[in-house]
Design a protein around this ligand. Structure first.
Ligand code: SAM
Length: 233
């Protein structure tokens, strides 16, 4: 009899953001596949959960998939978590879910914390349609091309970015979308220093240039048309 693969979101900062169902499934499973075992141990010990861990991160995931699907084929219940947020969203998960589906293993995905949705709703930008790009290409030319392909969409563009590349990335956004397009930098969501930096690209660029330090985790959101007054539900 086949087991079950559970994909379980974990908090993106505030440890209260884990569901009752997630905790029950973590307590009932046979194995937990996780990215950084030290990071996951901190979370699990906070909730007094002790289970065998299988390390599953970007560089070993292809090799580990077979081992995990063997356990699932043996009838085991395996939970996949990542360091923070929803597995599979700019985190390992896709390959395992795909393989489980192909092998006919039952897969249950729990809803829960993810920086992309939290940032989108808090941004004040249109939420009726959005394009999530994960992490953009790092080279400026390639990033510009990636963004330019989205310019005619009447949808909010969302991507993840690290603080040390932020200034250059916002400058690139200004070149692609113009200074009046609306942007929001959602910083340290659910944490002590949570902040939404909102404005036109020109205003937000000035703001971040004037800061001495610019730290934390960020989601960048842009609405490519200067008019955000859409009629939406
Ligand atoms: N799987 C995660 C999710 O569902 O959001 C994303 C993992 S990805 C490796 C990590 C990136 O997500 C960070 O570099 C940052 O851009 C974004 N992120 C994660 N937590 C965040 C937070 N609390 N505030 C803002 N951005 C966050």
């Amino acid at each position: 009899m086949s087991g079950i693969l559970y994909v379980v979101p974990t908090p993106i900062g505030n440890l209260e953001d884990i569901t009752l169902r997630a905790l029950r499934i973590l307590k009932e499973c046979d194995f937990i596949a996780c990215e950084d075992t030290r990071q996951s141990l901190k979370l699990l010990s906070r909730f007094e959960i002790s289970k065998p861990l299988i390390s599953f991160y970007s560089y070993n995931q292809r090799y580990r998939v077979g081992q995990i699907t063997d356990k699932l084929s043996d009838g085991k219940k395996v939970v996949l978590i990542s360091d923070a947020g929803t597995p599979g969203i700019s985190d390992p998960g896709y390959i395992l879910v795909k393989e489980a589906i192909e092998k006919g293993v039952k897969t249950e995905v729990l809803p829960g914390a993810s920086a992309v949705i939290t940032a989108l709703v808090g941004s004040g930008l249109p939420t009726d349609g959005f394009v999530f790009c994960g992490f953009l290409k790092r080279k400026t030319g390639k990033m510009k091309k990636e963004l330019a392909e989205l310019i005619n969409l009447e949808k909010t563009i969302v991507f993840y970015e690290s603080p040390h590349r932020m200034l250059k990335t916002v400058e690139t956004c200004l070149e692609v979308f113009g200074e009046n397009a609306k942007i929001c930098l959602a910083r340290e969501l659910t944490k002590k220093f949570e902040e939404f930096i909102r404005g036109t690209i020109k205003e937000v660029l000035e703001d971040i240039k004037n800061r001495n330090s610019f730290l934390g985790e960020f989601v960048v959101l842009i609405y490519p048309k200067s008019d955000t007054e859409k009629e939406i539900d």
